[in-house]
Design a protein around this ligand. Structure first.
Ligand code: GDP
Length: 183
């Protein structure tokens, strides 16, 4: 076990994706374990931190939640340039949001750190999951399609729900597990 006062390992993480796919909600679930049905949109970007434990290490996530609106696109490089990790989110009920996510992945591959850990996250899984009162018929992004894209580009991949909390912690802990932690 690590020393009790071991210094937390900082991980800078940026969230990217089309407006309203649930980026802020994923962060709110991870940081406060809560969900708001009618969230105010993020303007520009919001900064939050959250600690979590990974084996005997303490990880301190420094999270930049960016606005999805196109008019803020030009600000994004400021947030991803120094980031070690990115969550690129889409909405499993909106096909166009996956295309937008793919555009972000390609931008990150061109412009961000080469060893950046990128997770593709299909949010709002509750809407298509029968066990949460959802309906598979409203799904617009087949899981196999998104997974194949993620595999092809070396991304972590999850479907998750900020609403129910399904898979949200897993997204962050799997990312932490992939970051080179030798600093
Ligand atoms: P952002 O613009 O990507 O940050 O999206 P928000 O977090 O503001 O969420 C947009 C809307 O989708 C809000 O009304 C949320 O309550 C809703 N939402 C977010 N995540 C989920 C989810 O997992 N399931 C459902 N059903 N709605 C969600």
């Amino acid at each position: 076990a690590g020393a009790p006062n071991a210094k937390p390992i900082q991980v800078k993480l940026v969230l990217l994706g089309e407006a309203a796919v649930g980026k802020s909600s994923l962060v709110l679930r991870f940081v406060n374990n809560e969900f708001q049905e009618n969230k105010e949109p993020t303007i520009g970007a919001a900064f939050l931190t959250q600690r979590c434990k990974l084996e005997d290490k303490i990880i301190k996530f420094e999270i930049w939640d960016t606005a999805g609106q196109e008019r803020f696109h030009s600000l994004a490089p400021m947030y991803y340039r120094n980031a070690q990790a990115a969550i690129v989110a889409y909405d499993v009920t909106k096909a166009a949001s996956l295309e937008k996510a793919m555009n972000w992945v390609e931008e990150l591959k061109r412009q961000a750190n080469r060893d950046m850990v990128i997770a593709l996250v299909g949010n709002k899984l509750d809407l298509v999951s029968a066990s949460h009162g959802g309906d598979e018929a409203v799904r617009k992004v087949p899981v196999a399609q998104a997974r194949a894209y993620a595999d092809e580009h070396g991304l972590l991949f999850f479907e998750a729900s900020a609403k129910t909390g399904d898979n949200v912690l897993e997204v962050f802990t799997d990312i932490a597990g992939k970051i080179p932690l030798d600093h």
